[in-house]
Design a protein around this ligand. Structure first.
Ligand code: AMP
Length: 341
């Protein structure tokens, strides 16, 4: 028997619905406070209740997953709530490459992999003293944009950082990552790489809606100036974007380069879903400020299939279903070890 398991948050509904559609058993590791929500969905076969997601490391949860032959699909919540050592110590087979998740969480490693993939990355600023143009200041890990802030110079940086510390949003000890601000049209490029077929698929693109930077953009500058709140980039939701077709060739090249770089830097490579996140400027030049080495929540907008997947599959295919399909194919070919770690 093969089951698909995931944590109850982020894109769990999409992942488990896709698994059910592919005829696989579905298991949700669910915090008690969310039980009522997830019981509404009949495609979830089994709910394993926990007080906190860290219980996934405990024997009881791991043996339930093992008895069901479960493969765990990692998503943003796993990365946000567990450190890399904890994730790497999970005994249940993880879909994709669990070792690359460390490269997603650690800003320095992340930057290294992005350079290796020849992605055009905004310049990192090592010291607040060196801020000479608009920068964005980020926290470590998958913070979801919470506690991020913009700074125009060193003084601005310290004023805002101190303010966030006094509000308890960030801590004094926290090391922050400073990067030049890239302005343009947001595009989060979603891919799937199949090591079974050795093929890269472009799934779709999305934009994030972030509060309260987006709220601020909706009021006239006269009012903006009067607010002294440090606006955050906390993700609230996503919406679709379809790219100019002339941009697609470069999109595939970026995806291919990323897959190649991951193969060289972190075995067994970038298997399964991933996302390259950035902006297009006025010359349609892309700058990538981030990647996610697993399914992103932005794929939730295409639960019934994306425009680009409708070109590749003659059926509705979500990213969750694509993951389940890969697992089914790998199982038939007795190559599950190729797609899990
Ligand atoms: P991240 O956690 O790096 O994905 O950043 C969260 C959000 O901050 C993104 O969705 C963007 O809106 C914004 N952002 C991050 N880095 C940059 C950058 N270098 N330039 C402009 N916006 C950025």
């Amino acid at each position: 028997m093969t089951a698909i398991a995931t944590l109850g948050s982020h894109c769990a509904l999409q992942v488990l619905k896709g698994a059910k559609d592919e005829g696989l058993k579905t298991i949700l590791v669910c915090e008690k406070k969310r039980e009522r929500l997830y019981r509404r969905f009949s495609f979830i076969d089994e709910i394993f209740l926990v007080d906190t997601f860290a219980e996934i490391l405990e024997q009881k949860c791991q043996s339930t997953l093992q008895q069901n032959g479960a493969i765990l699909v990692p998503h943003g919540t796993l990365i946000a709530q567990m450190n890399s050592e904890q994730i790497e110590s999970i005994k249940t087979p993880i879909f994709g490459n669990k070792w690359i998740l460390r490269w997603e969480s650690d800003r320095i490693m992340k930057e290294k992999l992005m350079h290796e993939a020849k992605l055009p990355v905004p310049k990192a600023v090592a010291n607040p003293r060196d801020i000479d143009k608009l920068v964005i200041v980020k926290r470590q890990g998958a913070a979801g944009g919470k506690g991020y802030f913009l700074a125009a110079n060193e003084e601005d940086y310290h004023v805002k950082r101190n303010k966030l510390i006094s509000q308890g949003v960030i801590t004094k000890e926290e090391s922050l990552y400073i990067q030049e601000y890239a302005s343009g049209v947001l595009a989060y490029l979603q891919f799937f790489y199949s090591p079974i077929k050795d093929e890269l698929e472009f799934f779709g693109a999305d934009q994030r809606h972030e509060s309260d930077i987006e709220g601020l953009a909706r009021i006239p500058s006269k009012e903006q100036i009067k607010t002294d709140k440090v606006p955050s980039f906390n993700v609230i939701g996503n919406s679709p974007i379809v790219l100019r077709e002339s941009l697609l060739d470069e999109v595939y090249t970026m995806g291919d380069n990323f897959v190649d770089a991951a193969k060289r830097m972190v075995a067994p490579g970038m298997n399964g879903p991933f996302c390259i996140e950035g902006v297009y400027d006025e010359n349609a030049k892309f700058t990538a400020f981030e990647f996610s080495a697993r399914i992103v929540a932005g794929t939730n907008i295409y639960m019934d299939g994306s425009p680009y997947y409708s070109l590749l599959f003659n059926e509705s295919m979500s990213m969750g279903k694509r993951i389940a399909r890969e697992i089914k194919i790998a199982k038939e070919l007795k190559q599950l070890d190729k797609i899990t770690t």
